[in-house]
Write a protein that binds this ligand. Structure first.
Ligand SMILES: Cc1ncc(COP(=O)(O)O)c(C=O)c1O
Length: 138
């Protein structure tokens, strides 16, 4: 359905077939992904109960994490970007970050940070907006 609708909308914005998808909002998608991640951790590694995120993460992302943590018995720990490597510990369930900081424009190295999270035994959840597709302007 997201692809089928995307293909119908595509001509209106100058996109080609397969270049557009119609999905839920970022907040709803983040809720679904973080909820699934917490279910995976609860089943596979019940000792891990910390969701790690950045203090300056997008506010609505943090509201979603706060509510899900409260509901599922996890603890939300907010840190600065420079503290991520040292904050990943044996109790980290999920590292939840946004690729580009909405205030400063600072970007995380997603590959390196995801690798560090996985090496610490945690899951990584990213709020990531892809670069615009190279649509033709004609
Ligand atoms: C990085 C980021 N995350 C989350 C959101 C929330 O998106 P929405 O309100 O469409 O769910 C936004 C909205 O601008 C955003 O820029």
């Amino acid at each position: 359905m997201p692809r089928r609708l995307g293909d119908k909308i595509a001509p209106l914005v100058g996109a080609g077939p397969g270049e557009l998808v119609a999905t839920d909002s970022t907040s709803i998608n983040l809720y679904k992904v973080l909820s699934a991640a917490l279910s995976i951790v609860a089943a596979d590694s019940p000792g891990r109960d910390v969701v790690l995120s950045e203090r300056s993460n997008f506010p609505t992302d943090l509201y979603i994490a706060e509510a899900l943590c409260r509901e599922r018995g996890f603890r939300l720990q907010l840190i600065e970007a420079a503290e991520i490597a040292t904050a990943l510990r044996e109790d980290t369930a999920v590292l939840m970050l946004t690729h580009v900081n909405y205030r400063t424009g600072a970007m995380h190295d997603m590959q390196a940070v995801t690798r560090a999270a996985h090496e610490a035994g945690a899951l990584a959840v990213w709020d990531w907006h892809t670069a615009p597709a190279p649509w033709k302007s004609t």
